[in-house]
Write a protein that binds this ligand. Structure first.
Ligand code: GCO
Ligand code: MN
Ligand code: MN
Length: 409
């Protein structure tokens, strides 16, 4: 498989000689079957594109220079398939992966499309629904592991409410905790090499979804029995829908060693989940995000898969879908190059140089009575410190000039 991947990489750079932004498998870009396979159906209109065969998606993604493809159970094996049908589909899909050198780094369960999940899956009031959700997820975990997935995503799309009096939200959280504890134990019991990544979203398709942000998820994870194997899968669109800084959410996850996966796309504040091509809205946030993930300012890098959970505009035919996919990957690489140039810029380095104070710094962490006494006695000219301009206007303008391409490489 590794050899084939190298071949894909070589053929991708042959097609784009000398293009530094041409995606290659070593960039770790992934797409979901449901993303490039999105048929353009929305609440107001039917599909505008035909359903793509998963084996075709694999071939085309490899041609575009992607590294992997992710899936919900039902994206590959339609709901209600017999075991025989499942086995044939999986065999053909594995062959396509091997032929085209693509991997499946992440898998997940569809716990939202079937009407049985209309009031949630793990948080449903009905034990039969909760039981079916657990059973479906165990089977989907088996499928993901069979395909080589190392990360398993949980997006609780229907775990929420409109008529909020239907259940005590604390009960919903307890049920979701029970489900995750159960499934972590299932993974361990089977000896699978798999970690869980929880994905938050504030609303849509429910009026309100439980655990609406990455911050909520991070706390919830700390309450799980097997918390070490559970991290987060933050999505640009979801945090932006809440009006929050996505880069800050991701930074908090990274700082806690919990960024197990990431969903990249673009979104404007206050709108429905737009799932737009990565970087196509709020280029500033996209730049700050890529800078963080790539560690160009000096912090630890994110080394997991870079997944695009987005889809092409409804105006597009299939050719437009591959334009969209290539666009997501190119924009990421362009922003990474801009971030490297920005952080290597001598003026930026000067403006972001750490403020040092060798006498005070040792007193700022690790409380002792002696340190507290020294802090009380320290000579700090508060007015002088307060009067100093911080030159953030200049710093931010430099960032804009790098972003707009008039400064740096
Ligand atoms: C959405 C979500 C989903 C999940 C996917 C993986 O808003 O629809 O982002 O696309 O990421 O179900 O769990
Ligand atoms: Mn989404
Ligand atoms: Mn997502």
């Amino acid at each position: 498989m590794a050899q084939k991947r190298t071949r894909t990489s070589a053929s991708s750079s042959r097609r784009h000689p000398g293009d530094p932004f041409a995606p290659t498998p070593s960039d770790r870009f992934t797409f979901g079957l449901w993303t490039v396979g999105n048929t353009g159906r929305d609440p107001f209109g039917e599909s505008v594109r035909a359903r793509m065969l998963p084996t075709h998606t694999v071939a085309k993604l490899a041609e575009c220079g992607a590294y992997g493809v992710n899936l919900h159970d039902d994206d590959l094996v339609p709901f209600g398939s017999t075991t025989k049908q499942r086995d044939t589909i999986v065999r053909d899909f594995k062959k396509a992966l091997a032929d085209h050198g693509l991997v499946v780094p992440m898998a997940t369960t569809n716990l939202f499309s079937h009407p049985v999940f209309k009031d949630g899956a793990f948080s449903s009031n009905d034990p039969k629904v909760r039981a079916f959700a657990l059973r479906k997820t165990m089977a989907a975990i088996d499928l993901g592991v069979e395909l080589g997935a190392k990360t398993y995503v949980f997006w609780g799309g229907r775990e929420g409410s409109e008529a909020d009096a239907c259940r005590d939200p604390r009960e919903a959280l307890k049920r979701m905790r029970d489900a995750l504890d159960f499934l972590c134990a299932y993974v361990k019991d089977n000896g699978y090499d798999l970690r869980f990544a929880l994905e938050a979203k504030p609303n849509e398709p429910r009026g309100d979804i439980y655990l609406p942000t990455t911050g909520h998820m991070l706390h919830f994870i700390s309450t799980l029995q097997h918390h070490a194997m559970v991290g987060v899968n933050p999505e640009v669109a979801h945090e932006t829908m809440s009006g929050l800084s996505f880069a800050h959410a991701v930074a908090q996850a990274m700082e806690a060693d919990k960024l197990f996966h990431i969903d990249l796309n673009a979104q404007r504040i206050g709108r429905y989940d737009q799932d737009l091509r990565f970087g196509s809205e709020d280029v500033r946030q996209a730049f700050l995000l890529v800078r963080l993930l790539e560690g160009t300012a000096g912090g630890a890098k994110y080394t997991g898969p870079l997944h695009f959970d987005a889809h092409a505009y409804r105006t597009e035919d299939e050719a437009g879908v591959w334009e969209f996919a290539t666009g997501c990957m190119r924009t990421y690489k362009i922003l990474a190059a801009r971030a490297r140039a920005f952080d290597a810029d001598p003026e930026v380095r000067e403006l972001t140089k750490p403020v040092r104070d060798v006498a005070l710094e040792p007193l700022l962490s690790g409380y002792t009575r002696a340190k507290a006494a020294k802090l009380r006695a320290a000579d700090i000219d508060v007015d002088r410190v307060a009067s100093r301009g911080l030159r953030y206007e200049r710093l931010d303008q430099l960032m804009m000039e790098h972003l707009l391409g008039v400064r740096g490489a």
